[in-house]
Design a binder for this molecule. Structure first.
Ligand code: CA
Length: 234
């Protein structure tokens, strides 16, 4: 049974989420503040967190950042109001994997949760060998990324994105394909999530290349189409 943490101070939304998720077979723990969320995160493991960004006690983005550190393998989905668009980008940079803008329909949320959790279990059962591109090795089964023999620390979605790009190294991969394969096939929102994650990935790979002396990894932006992981370092 997947274990979910719901962080939401709105009584109506919080109780609807808890009962709806329980009705669909999830174990849902509901807390109403950032401090309670951080407390829960040290008490037990969670597969996914739904995090309202507008919390009464702590800054939602800061809570997001701390949850990312405490629950590295957990999927973090932010719940945001329309006027918190800027916070979405900051939240994604702070380690969130996805976001949903309020008001959302429960079936949409459920589809998103299912896609995230299914992807996690598919990942765990994958039997494909590691992808090697230049000095880069991406082992989807072990969920390890090595550059020049040194491990590159990546967040969950950064790893998924790199694994997808490495699986198709040398080929152009469209934004739609990346969004569908790495996030959700039922994606309704903006795709800035993708750009933020590509930017973070480039930064981490550049740092790792500089640190290990390996050949740099190049992810080329294909305007109006998507991205390509280059096979020849240059
Ligand atoms: Ca709120």
């Amino acid at each position: 049974v997947a274990r979910l943490l719901v962080v939401e101070d709105d009584e109506t939304i919080g109780s609807a989420l808890r009962s709806g998720l329980s009705a669909h077979g999830y174990e849902a723990v509901w807390v109403r503040s950032g401090r309670s969320a951080l407390r829960e995160s040290v008490l037990g493991e969670f597969d996914l967190v739904l995090l309202d960004l507008g919390l009464p006690d702590l800054d939602g983005v800061e809570v997001c950042r701390q949850l990312r550190v405490r629950l590295p393998a957990c999927v973090l989905v932010m719940l945001t109001a329309r006027d918190e668009e800027m916070d979405v980008v900051v939240g994604l940079e702070a380690g969130a994997d996805d976001y949903l803008t309020k008001p959302f329909r429960f079936p949409e949320l459920l589809a998103r949760i299912r896609a995230h959790l299914r992807r996690g279990s598919v990942r765990a059962g994958s039997a494909a060998g590691p992808d090697v591109v230049g000095d880069l090795t991406v082992d989807a089964e072990a969920r390890r990324c090595l550059l020049g023999g040194m491990e590159v620390p990546l967040r969950a979605k950064e790893f998924d994105l790199l694994a997808r790009l490495a699986a198709g190294a040398g080929s152009a991969i469209s934004r739609a394909t990346l969004m569908a394969d790495v996030w959700d096939e039922h994606w309704f929102g903006s795709t800035k999530t993708l750009d933020v994650h590509v930017a973070a990935l480039r930064r981490r790979l550049d740092e790792a290349a500089a640190g290990s002396g390996a050949r740099p990894v190049r992810i080329t932006t294909l305007r109006g189409h998507g991205y390509r992981l280059e096979t020849a370092a240059g």
